[in-house]
Design a protein around this ligand. Structure first.
Ligand SMILES: Cc1cc2nc3c(=O)[nH]c(=O)nc-3n(C[C@H](O)[C@H](O)[C@H](O)COP(=O)(O)OP(=O)(O)OC[C@H]3O[C@@H](n4cnc5c(N)ncnc54)[C@H](O)[C@@H]3O)c2cc1C
Length: 508
């Protein structure tokens, strides 16, 4: 993604219909309007614009139910706003979001806390998803080029026959909140309708079948939000913000306006733990047992402000809108955000990638305008480089985590404590070795070695390619050194009880 000003080099502005005003749709509208395109933004949810962040927190956004869950807004997203939409970053801070400066949160054991060039990029945003979306929508509404139509559901597309049997989408069919249907003509239609987007169905009606690759994440999300009590200071955060216990993954997320949230991810098949954690009092017990969340749910400093929200059906999914030769299957329609590529929410990448992809699209539109073949090709090429690798990374990370969890269950059945002595079967398993290197090499090195700390923060925040961390020979050597020294230091801190102890605590 070029960091330069985007000035259209390709003729008259286009009229673009964007379907869905979630993060991807709003980001697309903002990026296109900034470069002078005309946008009609259609959002099915017919809810009025809230007046402030707390009203936005109660926003009826049933079209995007994940807004009720914790959202990490990574440094890649914050830097994109800083560089391309500084007014939005300023408005977020004005609305109560804060910047999380990673180098101010270095663990106390770090070997060299001296500031380095590039540290100014290692900054994420602490903000609820609803506040982020509310500020983004306000910024979009400032643009006279954008016509936001709420309560308008797009049902399908209209198209003409193009060259080589490839349809050209020329607009959308839509139904308003009173049931009236209409068509809207467009030079370009952008499907930004989220993980349940109808784009594949709309294309099927034209006889086009994009390839959909997907893999279930195997987890269910449970989240609860809290607010710090008046006068309470937030706990100091220099240790891990969460952990993967195999049977349970958890994290603490800081929000705006003195809010924060705790999220648990439970295996889809673990009905026992999931049903327990749905009970708010059991949720409190569990959060109180985990070192990263316990200080944040202490009733002396914070109070819950929601029930426990649950969400399942979480897939990694990538849709290929081109054929094997790289030719577009359709012209006049592209997808952005989850409607194009969505990944396990645990990695917190969806909003950042959606905003990056919105900018990639605006770049392609500015560069190619009404030359739809060149536009779609440039956009999909850029998405293949910048977005698709994160789909594959998420699938690989999920498989590794699933395998590690299966090994932990096997160890537990053999009566061994989590993370102790690999069994004979494990020793020959390269997956087991990698998991051990992560736990006893990478994690301690992140805590103690400033080079590994920065490399890890960069990778986690999408500031490097997915394989950059372990492809860097210096970083890898440092990680392996920490791994080899594992017997010369105290055991890694325990990040939570084994499953049987957790269930026993919840039952009592
Ligand atoms: C549980 C959970 C936790 C997550 N945590 C994180 C996180 O920590 N960090 C992060 O960056 N990402 C996270 N994500 C991912 C993130 O929420 C998505 O990647 C992001 O919302 C993508 O935005 P989107 O605009 O593509 O889709 P959405 O935000 O889902 O928006 C789609 C919009 O389209 C509208 N719509 C749908 N169909 C139509 C139609 N036919 N006509 C008109 N409008 C329509 C919907 O009403 C909705 O407003 C999480 C996701 C989940 C499920």
């Amino acid at each position: 993604m070029a960091d330069t000003d985007r000035t259209s080099t390709a003729g008259a502005p286009l009229h673009v219909v964007v379907v869905g005003a979630g993060v991807a749709g709003l980001g697309t509208a903002l990026a296109l309007a900034t470069s002078g395109q005309r946008v009609t933004l259609c959002e099915r949810d017919a809810t009025p614009m809230p007046g402030d962040p707390d009203a936005a927190f109660a926003w009826d956004r049933r079209g995007a139910p994940q807004v009720r869950h914790s959202h990490a807004l990574l440094a890649r997203l914050r830097n994109l706003l800083r560089d391309r939409h500084p007014e939005v970053l300023a408005a977020l801070l004005e609305a109560g979001a804060t910047e999380m400066v990673f180098c101010d949160m270095m663990p106390p054991e770090i070997d060299d806390p001296t500031p380095q060039p590039g540290d100014e990029d290692l900054v994420a945003l602490a903000c609820r998803r609803t506040t982020f979306e509310w500020v983004l929508r306000r910024a979009v509404l400032e643009h006279p080029e954008v016509d936001l139509r709420v309560g308008l559901a797009v049902d399908g597309v209209i198209a003409t026959d193009g060259e080589a049997g490839r349809p050209v989408v020329t607009g959308v069919r839509a139904t308003d909140a009173d049931g009236r249907t209409d068509t809207i003509a467009a030079d370009l239609v952008v499907a930004a309708a989220g993980r349940r987007s109808g784009a594949v169905r709309w294309l099927a009606e034209l006889g086009v079948e994009p390839e959909v690759v997907e893999e279930d994440t195997g987890i269910v999300y449970l989240s609860r939000f809290y607010r710090l009590l008046d006068g309470a200071t937030p706990p100091e955060q220099t240790g891990p913000i969460g952990a993967d216990l195999g049977y349970l993954k958890y994290a603490i997320f800081q929000g705006d306006n003195r809010t924060h949230s705790v999220t648990f991810a439970v295996r889809t098949r673990d009905d026992e733990l999931r049903s327990q954690l749905l009970d708010p009092s059991a949720f409190e017990v569990a959060a109180g047992l985990l070192p990263a969340t316990a200080p944040w749910v202490d009733p002396a400093i914070a109070t819950p402000i929601t029930e426990v929200h649950v969400m399942g059906g979480l897939l990694n999914r990538h849709i290929r809108f081109r054929d094997e030769a790289g030719e577009p299957l359709v012209l006049g329609l592209v997808a952005v955000g989850d409607a194009h590529t969505c990944s396990n929410p645990l990695y917190g990448r969806g909003c950042s990638l959606a905003m990056v992809q919105a900018e990639l699209l605006a770049d392609a539109v500015a560069g190619h305008g009404a030359d739809l073949h060149a536009l779609v090709t440039a956009y999909e090429d850029a998405s293949t480089t910048e977005i698709e690798p994160w789909y594959h990374a998420a699938v690989a990370q999920d498989r590794m985590a699933r395998d590690a969890a299966a090994r932990e269950r096997a160890r537990a059945e053999r009566g061994q404590e989590p993370g102790t002595d690999p069994g004979a079967d494990d020793e020959a398993d390269p997956g087991s070795f990698m998991a051990d290197v992560m736990r006893e090499g990478l994690l301690p090195a992140v805590r103690t070695d400033a080079v590994v700390f920065r490399a890890f923060i960069r990778a986690f925040n999408l500031l490097a390619t997915p394989d950059a961390l372990m492809a860097d020979a210096d970083v890898l050597n440092r990680v392996m050194r920490a791994y080899q020294e594992r017997d010369q230091r105290p055991p890694e801190p325990v990040l939570g009880p084994p499953r049987r102890d957790m269930l026993a605590a919840l039952a009592s």
